[in-house]
Design a protein around this ligand. Structure first.
Ligand SMILES: *[C@@H]1O[C@H](CO)[C@@H](O)[C@H](O)[C@H]1NC(C)=O
Ligand SMILES: *[C@@H]1O[C@H](CO)[C@@H](O)[C@H](O)[C@H]1NC(C)=O
Ligand SMILES: *[C@@H]1O[C@H](CO)[C@@H](O)[C@H](O)[C@H]1NC(C)=O
Ligand SMILES: *[C@@H]1O[C@H](CO)[C@@H](O)[C@H](O)[C@H]1NC(C)=O
Length: 318
C-alpha cells in the first residue's frame, strides 16, 4: 500500500515542498485515453488530501490508498425518476460496512442547472425527498453532509432555500418544526476573484455559521496571466479563512480537454503539469505552457462516468 503520509513525512524532514494544506482536494475527471494522468495527483509530496468523482464509489485508480492518506468523498450526483430511491444510501452504507471510513458525503451536482450545461436539473421538492431518503440516515451514522452544490448563477440561492424549505416540511411532524441535517455548504464558481468572494459572502450572509466548501472553481476562458493571478488570490483567500473547510480546483485535465479554457488546466496538452497544476500540488512553477505538447484543442465535451450518469463538465457562467 502506498502511503502519502510517509512521503509527506520524508519531505518534511528534508525541508522541501511548501506548507501542506489539509483543505486541498481533487475534483477527479479521469481521461480514459491517458490513465497515467491519474497518478499525477497523488505523486509523492502532493498536497492533495481528498477527492471526489461525482459518484458514490471510489475510483479504481485510487483504491490502494487509505482514507487517511487520500479521503474519498462519495457524491449523489442527481436524482432519478423515483426520488425515494435509496441506491446512494445503500452504496455508502456498504462502503462503511466493508471498512471504508467515510467521513463526508456530497449532495447533488448543480441541481439548479440544466442538463445540457452539466446540471442535474432537479426540482427542490424531489431533491428534498431524495435527501430525506439518502442523506438523513447517513447523517445519523455520523457522516458530515454537504448540501447540494448549486451553480454560481443567481438562481442558486433561491433553489437552496426552496430545497431546505421543502426538506424541513418533510422532516417536521405536527407543530414541531425541524430542519434537515447538513454539515457544510459547497459552492461552485467560474468567474473572477471579486465575484467569488461576493458569492461566498452572500452564502455567509444567509447562513452565518456555515462551513463553506468550494468544490469546483476556476476563472474560465481567460489569458494565462489573469488565470494565474486568480489562482493565487483564491488559494490565499481559502487558506486564510477558517470557515472555508475545503476546496477543489476545477482543472485536473489536459488543456486540450478543458471546457473552462485551456489556461485554467493543470495539465498541458502533452500531459505535463502547468504552473497552476504544480502550485496546486505544492510544488514550484514548471514553466510549462498549457498549449504545449501534442493534442489539438477539442470542442468542450461532456464525459460519461459510470452507469449512465453524465457528469457536468460544462459550466454555467451566469
Ligand atoms: C416518496 O415517499 C413519500 C412518503 O415518504 C410519498 O408521499 C411519495 O409519494 C413517494 N414518491 C414516490 C415517487 O414514490
Ligand atoms: C418547495 O419547493 C417549491 C419548488 O419546488 C417551492 O415553490 C416552495 O416554495 C417550496 N416550499 C417551501 C416551504 O419552501
Ligand atoms: C432552521 O433553519 C433556519 C434557517 O437557517 C433557522 O433560522 C431556524 O432557526 C432553524 N430551525 C430549527 C428548529 O433549527
Ligand atoms: C503566483 O504565485 C507564485 C508563487 O506561488 C508566483 O511565483 C507567481 O509569480 C504568482 N503569479 C501571479 C500572477 O500572481
Amino acid at each position: 500500500m502506498i502511503t502519502l503520509r510517509f512521503f509527506a513525512a520524508l519531505l518534511a524532514v528534508a525541508g522541501i515542498g511548501s506548507a501542506a494544506s489539509s483543505k486541498r482536494g481533487l475534483c477527479f475527471t479521469p481521461n480514459e485515453a491517458h490513465p497515467d494522468d491519474n497518478h499525477v495527483w497523488v505523486k509523492s509530496g502532493s498536497d492533495l488530501k481528498w477527492y471526489y468523482n461525482y459518484q458514490g464509489l471510489p475510483s479504481p485508480a485510487y483504491s490502494p490508498l487509505s482514507q487517511d492518506d487520500f479521503e474519498y468523498i462519495p457524491m449523489m450526483w442527481g436524482v432519478g425518476s423515483n426520488p425515494n430511491d435509496t441506491a446512494f444510501y445503500d452504496q455508502v452504507k456498504k462502503l462503511v460496512d466493508d471498512g471504508t471510513k467515510v467521513k463526508h458525503v456530497l449532495g447533488f451536482n448543480e441541481p439548479d442547472g440544466p442538463a445540457d450545461q452539466g446540471g442535474s436539473n432537479i426540482k427542490p421538492k424531489d431533491a428534498a425527498q431524495a435527501w430525506v431518503a439518502n442523506f438523513e440516515p447517513l447523517g445519523k451514522m455520523g457522516i458530515k453532509l454537504g448540501l447540494p452544490a448549486c451553480t454560481g448563477s443567481p438562481g442558486g440561492l433561491p433553489w437552496l432555500k426552496q430545497f431546505l424549505g421543502n426538506c424541513s416540511e418533510l422532516v417536521s411532524t405536527g407543530g414541531d418544526k425541524k430542519n434537515c441535517t447538513w454539515g457544510f455548504l459547497p459552492v461552485h464558481w467560474y468567474d473572477n476573484f471579486a465575484g467569488l468572494a461576493s458569492h461566498i459572502g452572500e452564502r455567509k450572509a444567509t447562513w452565518p455559521d456555515a462551513e463553506i466548501w468550494v468544490t469546483e472553481y476556476a476563472y474560465a476562458h481567460q489569458g494565462l496571466a489573469p488565470s494565474q493571478e486568480f489562482y493565487n488570490q483564491s488559494i490565499d483567500y481559502f487558506e486564510k479563512l477558517d470557515y472555508i473547510g475545503r476546496y477543489a480546483y476545477f482543472g485536473a485535465f489536459r488543456a486540450s480537454k478543458a471546457n473552462v479554457g485551456s489556461n485554467a488546466a493543470m495539465l498541458s496538452n502533452g500531459g505535463k503539469l502547468t504552473d497552476i497544476g504544480s502550485w496546486y500540488l505544492g510544488f514550484s512553477a514548471t514553466g510549462v505552457t498549457p498549449q504545449s505538447g501534442k493534442g489539438a484543442m477539442t470542442v468542450p465535451s461532456v464525459v460519461l462516468v459510470g452507469a449512465g450518469v453524465s457528469v457536468g463538465l460544462a459550466v454555467n457562467l451566469f
